[in-house]
Design a protein. Structure first.
Ligand SMILES: [Zn+2]
Length: 314
Protein backbone atom coordinates (compact mmCIF):
# COMPACT_ATOMS: atom_id res chain seq x y z
CA UNK A 1 0.00 0.00 0.00
CA UNK A 2 2.71 2.40 1.01
CA UNK A 3 4.74 1.31 -1.95
CA UNK A 4 1.79 1.82 -4.31
CA UNK A 5 1.10 5.36 -3.14
CA UNK A 6 4.80 6.09 -3.48
CA UNK A 7 4.68 5.03 -7.10
CA UNK A 8 1.43 6.89 -7.70
CA UNK A 9 3.00 10.05 -6.38
CA UNK A 10 5.66 9.81 -9.00
CA UNK A 11 8.46 8.95 -6.59
CA UNK A 12 9.71 6.10 -8.72
CA UNK A 13 13.08 7.80 -8.86
CA UNK A 14 13.52 7.31 -5.13
CA UNK A 15 12.84 3.59 -5.45
CA UNK A 16 15.14 3.31 -8.44
CA UNK A 17 17.88 5.08 -6.46
CA UNK A 18 17.57 2.49 -3.69
CA UNK A 19 17.92 -0.46 -6.07
CA UNK A 20 21.30 -2.10 -6.57
CA UNK A 21 23.34 -0.45 -9.30
CA UNK A 22 22.98 -2.23 -12.61
CA UNK A 23 22.28 -1.63 -16.25
CA UNK A 24 19.37 0.66 -15.33
CA UNK A 25 21.30 2.70 -12.78
CA UNK A 26 20.38 6.36 -12.75
CA UNK A 27 22.89 8.72 -14.16
CA UNK A 28 23.61 10.82 -11.09
CA UNK A 29 25.26 14.20 -10.88
CA UNK A 30 26.38 16.16 -7.84
CA UNK A 31 23.92 18.86 -6.79
CA UNK A 32 24.60 22.58 -7.02
CA UNK A 33 27.30 23.59 -4.59
CA UNK A 34 26.92 26.86 -2.68
CA UNK A 35 27.91 27.40 0.92
CA UNK A 36 28.08 30.60 2.96
CA UNK A 37 30.39 31.88 5.64
CA UNK A 38 31.20 35.29 7.04
CA UNK A 39 34.23 37.49 7.50
CA UNK A 40 32.99 40.19 9.87
CA UNK A 41 29.85 41.53 8.16
CA UNK A 42 30.99 40.40 4.70
CA UNK A 43 29.14 37.33 3.41
CA UNK A 44 31.14 34.97 1.25
CA UNK A 45 29.49 32.19 -0.74
CA UNK A 46 31.65 29.37 -2.04
CA UNK A 47 30.43 28.29 -5.49
CA UNK A 48 31.39 24.92 -6.90
CA UNK A 49 32.10 24.91 -10.63
CA UNK A 50 32.79 21.15 -10.57
CA UNK A 51 36.10 19.35 -10.78
CA UNK A 52 39.02 18.42 -12.99
CA UNK A 53 40.63 14.99 -12.93
CA UNK A 54 43.96 15.90 -14.53
CA UNK A 55 45.98 16.76 -11.41
CA UNK A 56 47.80 13.49 -10.66
CA UNK A 57 51.19 11.78 -10.94
CA UNK A 58 51.22 12.55 -14.69
CA UNK A 59 50.92 16.33 -14.29
CA UNK A 60 52.73 16.82 -10.98
CA UNK A 61 56.48 17.31 -11.21
CA UNK A 62 58.92 16.37 -8.45
CA UNK A 63 57.15 13.20 -7.31
CA UNK A 64 56.98 9.78 -8.95
CA UNK A 65 53.97 7.47 -9.21
CA UNK A 66 54.98 5.55 -6.06
CA UNK A 67 55.52 8.69 -4.01
CA UNK A 68 52.21 10.08 -5.25
CA UNK A 69 50.26 6.98 -4.20
CA UNK A 70 52.11 6.75 -0.87
CA UNK A 71 51.20 10.35 -0.14
CA UNK A 72 47.50 9.67 -0.77
CA UNK A 73 47.54 6.48 1.31
CA UNK A 74 49.30 8.27 4.17
CA UNK A 75 46.51 10.86 4.15
CA UNK A 76 43.94 8.04 4.37
CA UNK A 77 42.78 8.55 0.78
CA UNK A 78 43.74 5.35 -0.96
CA UNK A 79 44.94 5.29 -4.56
CA UNK A 80 42.77 5.97 -7.55
CA UNK A 81 41.48 8.93 -9.51
CA UNK A 82 41.75 12.24 -7.71
CA UNK A 83 39.12 14.89 -8.34
CA UNK A 84 40.40 18.44 -7.93
CA UNK A 85 37.65 20.87 -6.97
CA UNK A 86 37.26 24.08 -8.94
CA UNK A 87 35.77 26.77 -6.70
CA UNK A 88 34.76 30.36 -7.22
CA UNK A 89 33.58 32.78 -4.52
CA UNK A 90 30.87 35.41 -4.27
CA UNK A 91 31.54 38.31 -1.89
CA UNK A 92 28.63 40.43 -0.71
CA UNK A 93 29.35 43.52 1.37
CA UNK A 94 25.83 44.97 1.30
CA UNK A 95 26.61 47.17 -1.73
CA UNK A 96 28.57 45.09 -4.20
CA UNK A 97 28.36 41.54 -5.47
CA UNK A 98 31.90 40.53 -6.31
CA UNK A 99 32.97 37.26 -7.87
CA UNK A 100 36.48 36.01 -7.26
CA UNK A 101 37.10 33.90 -10.36
CA UNK A 102 34.29 32.37 -12.37
CA UNK A 103 35.22 28.71 -12.88
CA UNK A 104 35.85 27.19 -16.26
CA UNK A 105 32.34 26.53 -17.49
CA UNK A 106 31.05 23.67 -19.63
CA UNK A 107 32.64 25.11 -22.76
CA UNK A 108 36.05 24.40 -21.23
CA UNK A 109 35.36 20.99 -19.65
CA UNK A 110 32.17 18.95 -19.29
CA UNK A 111 32.96 18.36 -15.58
CA UNK A 112 32.76 22.12 -14.93
CA UNK A 113 30.03 24.74 -15.35
CA UNK A 114 28.33 24.71 -11.93
CA UNK A 115 28.90 28.37 -11.02
CA UNK A 116 25.80 29.95 -12.69
CA UNK A 117 23.43 27.43 -11.03
CA UNK A 118 25.21 27.79 -7.69
CA UNK A 119 24.90 31.58 -7.99
CA UNK A 120 21.18 31.35 -8.68
CA UNK A 121 20.82 28.96 -5.73
CA UNK A 122 22.47 31.73 -3.66
CA UNK A 123 19.84 34.21 -4.92
CA UNK A 124 22.09 36.03 -7.35
CA UNK A 125 21.68 36.43 -11.11
CA UNK A 126 24.62 36.99 -13.45
CA UNK A 127 23.37 40.55 -14.13
CA UNK A 128 23.70 41.34 -10.41
CA UNK A 129 27.47 40.80 -10.37
CA UNK A 130 29.20 44.18 -10.08
CA UNK A 131 32.87 43.10 -10.15
CA UNK A 132 34.91 40.04 -11.06
CA UNK A 133 38.30 39.80 -9.38
CA UNK A 134 40.56 37.42 -11.27
CA UNK A 135 43.22 35.41 -9.48
CA UNK A 136 44.81 34.67 -12.84
CA UNK A 137 43.75 33.93 -16.40
CA UNK A 138 43.93 30.13 -16.61
CA UNK A 139 40.80 28.69 -18.26
CA UNK A 140 39.49 26.92 -15.13
CA UNK A 141 39.16 30.42 -13.60
CA UNK A 142 38.21 32.69 -16.51
CA UNK A 143 36.49 30.60 -19.15
CA UNK A 144 33.28 30.62 -17.06
CA UNK A 145 32.76 34.32 -17.83
CA UNK A 146 32.08 33.33 -21.45
CA UNK A 147 28.78 31.98 -22.69
CA UNK A 148 27.59 30.87 -26.13
CA UNK A 149 29.61 32.42 -28.97
CA UNK A 150 32.02 33.81 -26.37
CA UNK A 151 29.52 36.44 -25.18
CA UNK A 152 29.87 37.92 -21.68
CA UNK A 153 27.91 35.97 -19.05
CA UNK A 154 28.18 38.88 -16.60
CA UNK A 155 26.88 41.90 -18.54
CA UNK A 156 27.32 44.51 -15.80
CA UNK A 157 30.55 43.42 -14.14
CA UNK A 158 33.85 45.28 -14.15
CA UNK A 159 36.70 42.77 -14.40
CA UNK A 160 39.80 43.43 -12.29
CA UNK A 161 43.09 41.69 -13.21
CA UNK A 162 46.75 42.21 -12.33
CA UNK A 163 48.46 44.09 -15.18
CA UNK A 164 51.25 41.48 -15.44
CA UNK A 165 48.71 38.72 -15.91
CA UNK A 166 46.75 40.55 -18.58
CA UNK A 167 49.95 41.48 -20.38
CA UNK A 168 51.22 37.88 -20.42
CA UNK A 169 48.03 36.28 -21.76
CA UNK A 170 46.61 39.07 -23.88
CA UNK A 171 48.97 41.87 -24.96
CA UNK A 172 52.49 40.43 -25.05
CA UNK A 173 53.94 38.01 -27.60
CA UNK A 174 54.24 35.22 -25.00
CA UNK A 175 51.79 33.12 -27.03
CA UNK A 176 54.35 32.89 -29.84
CA UNK A 177 56.94 31.41 -27.41
CA UNK A 178 54.55 28.92 -25.82
CA UNK A 179 52.62 27.19 -28.61
CA UNK A 180 51.79 24.27 -26.28
CA UNK A 181 49.53 26.67 -24.36
CA UNK A 182 47.78 28.05 -27.45
CA UNK A 183 44.29 27.13 -26.24
CA UNK A 184 44.87 28.90 -22.89
CA UNK A 185 45.99 32.07 -24.69
CA UNK A 186 42.98 31.91 -27.02
CA UNK A 187 40.54 31.71 -24.09
CA UNK A 188 42.19 34.63 -22.26
CA UNK A 189 42.01 36.68 -25.45
CA UNK A 190 38.33 35.83 -25.93
CA UNK A 191 37.70 37.02 -22.36
CA UNK A 192 39.53 40.28 -23.08
CA UNK A 193 37.35 40.83 -26.18
CA UNK A 194 34.06 40.00 -24.45
CA UNK A 195 34.79 42.37 -21.55
CA UNK A 196 36.57 45.05 -23.58
CA UNK A 197 36.03 48.51 -22.07
CA UNK A 198 35.32 47.22 -18.58
CA UNK A 199 38.58 45.54 -17.63
CA UNK A 200 40.53 47.37 -14.94
CA UNK A 201 44.21 46.50 -14.49
CA UNK A 202 46.05 46.97 -11.21
CA UNK A 203 49.72 46.59 -10.47
CA UNK A 204 49.98 46.53 -6.70
CA UNK A 205 47.68 45.63 -3.86
CA UNK A 206 44.93 48.24 -4.36
CA UNK A 207 42.03 46.83 -6.39
CA UNK A 208 39.75 49.77 -5.62
CA UNK A 209 37.32 47.78 -3.47
CA UNK A 210 36.94 48.43 0.26
CA UNK A 211 37.94 45.51 2.48
CA UNK A 212 39.84 43.68 -0.28
CA UNK A 213 43.49 43.95 -1.22
CA UNK A 214 45.48 41.87 -3.68
CA UNK A 215 48.53 39.91 -2.55
CA UNK A 216 50.95 39.11 -5.37
CA UNK A 217 51.76 35.37 -5.46
CA UNK A 218 53.57 35.28 -8.78
CA UNK A 219 54.85 31.96 -10.12
CA UNK A 220 51.96 29.71 -11.14
CA UNK A 221 51.35 32.44 -13.71
CA UNK A 222 53.25 35.75 -14.10
CA UNK A 223 50.51 37.85 -12.46
CA UNK A 224 48.88 35.24 -10.21
CA UNK A 225 47.50 36.94 -7.09
CA UNK A 226 45.77 36.04 -3.86
CA UNK A 227 43.50 38.41 -1.95
CA UNK A 228 43.09 39.48 1.65
CA UNK A 229 39.50 40.12 2.74
CA UNK A 230 39.06 42.02 5.98
CA UNK A 231 36.21 43.37 8.03
CA UNK A 232 36.51 44.52 11.62
CA UNK A 233 39.11 42.28 13.18
CA UNK A 234 38.27 39.30 10.95
CA UNK A 235 40.52 38.29 8.13
CA UNK A 236 40.57 35.74 5.31
CA UNK A 237 43.34 34.95 2.84
CA UNK A 238 42.36 33.83 -0.66
CA UNK A 239 45.23 31.59 -1.76
CA UNK A 240 43.94 31.16 -5.33
CA UNK A 241 46.09 28.53 -7.12
CA UNK A 242 48.85 28.19 -4.55
CA UNK A 243 47.80 24.52 -4.39
CA UNK A 244 46.30 22.24 -7.06
CA UNK A 245 46.43 18.96 -5.16
CA UNK A 246 45.30 19.47 -1.57
CA UNK A 247 47.01 16.31 -0.31
CA UNK A 248 50.19 15.88 -2.33
CA UNK A 249 51.25 19.53 -2.69
CA UNK A 250 50.73 20.20 1.02
CA UNK A 251 52.62 17.09 2.14
CA UNK A 252 55.25 17.84 -0.52
CA UNK A 253 55.19 21.61 -1.14
CA UNK A 254 58.18 21.26 -3.49
CA UNK A 255 55.98 19.39 -5.99
CA UNK A 256 54.97 21.64 -8.88
CA UNK A 257 52.29 21.23 -11.50
CA UNK A 258 52.81 21.10 -15.26
CA UNK A 259 50.68 24.26 -15.65
CA UNK A 260 53.06 26.42 -13.55
CA UNK A 261 54.61 29.04 -15.83
CA UNK A 262 57.52 29.47 -13.37
CA UNK A 263 57.62 26.32 -11.20
CA UNK A 264 60.50 27.50 -8.98
CA UNK A 265 58.75 30.75 -8.14
CA UNK A 266 55.48 28.85 -7.51
CA UNK A 267 57.23 26.50 -5.05
CA UNK A 268 58.95 29.40 -3.28
CA UNK A 269 55.75 31.41 -2.79
CA UNK A 270 53.90 28.28 -1.59
CA UNK A 271 56.51 27.81 1.16
CA UNK A 272 56.55 31.50 2.03
CA UNK A 273 52.77 31.88 2.35
CA UNK A 274 52.21 28.57 4.14
CA UNK A 275 54.98 29.22 6.66
CA UNK A 276 53.28 32.52 7.41
CA UNK A 277 49.73 31.17 7.73
CA UNK A 278 50.84 28.25 9.92
CA UNK A 279 52.30 30.79 12.33
CA UNK A 280 49.33 33.18 12.15
CA UNK A 281 46.65 30.44 12.00
CA UNK A 282 44.92 32.48 9.30
CA UNK A 283 41.70 31.26 7.69
CA UNK A 284 42.14 30.47 4.02
CA UNK A 285 40.11 29.75 0.97
CA UNK A 286 41.54 28.31 -2.22
CA UNK A 287 40.13 27.55 -5.63
CA UNK A 288 41.36 23.93 -5.59
CA UNK A 289 40.90 23.01 -1.93
CA UNK A 290 38.02 20.54 -1.39
CA UNK A 291 34.71 22.43 -1.61
CA UNK A 292 33.91 24.84 -0.01
CA UNK A 293 37.67 25.27 0.22
CA UNK A 294 37.60 27.01 3.62
CA UNK A 295 40.07 26.01 6.32
CA UNK A 296 43.55 26.34 7.69
CA UNK A 297 46.94 24.89 6.92
CA UNK A 298 48.92 23.22 9.70
CA UNK A 299 52.48 21.98 9.76
CA UNK A 300 52.85 18.22 9.32
CA UNK A 301 56.39 16.83 9.35
CA UNK A 302 58.41 18.51 6.64
CA UNK A 303 55.24 19.69 4.88
CA UNK A 304 51.75 20.80 5.74
CA UNK A 305 48.20 19.50 5.86
CA UNK A 306 44.78 20.95 5.18
CA UNK A 307 42.28 21.30 8.03
CA UNK A 308 38.79 22.10 6.77
CA UNK A 309 36.68 24.51 8.80
CA UNK A 310 33.32 23.35 10.12
CA UNK A 311 30.22 24.66 8.38
CA UNK A 312 28.73 27.79 9.95
CA UNK A 313 25.02 28.35 10.46
CA UNK A 314 23.61 31.84 10.80
ZN1 LIG B 1 43.36 26.54 -11.39
Amino acid sequence: MIRRSFLKNGSGALIAAAMPLGANALELHQLSGAQRFKVGQIVITALSDGYVDIINADTLNGIDEQGYEASLIEAGRGPGAWQTDVNAYLIEDGTRKILIDAGGGKSFLPTLGGVPDALRFAGCNPEDITHILMSHMHPDHVSGVLGAKNAAVYPNAEMIIHAREFDFWVTSDAHARLPQMASFFAIAQNVAKAYDGRIKLHSGTDVGLPGIIAEPMFGHTPGHVGYVIEDGNEHLLVTSDLVHHAVVQLAHPEVSVAFDVDANAAVAIRHRVFDRVVASRERLIGMHFPFPGLGRVERDGSGYRWVAEERQFF
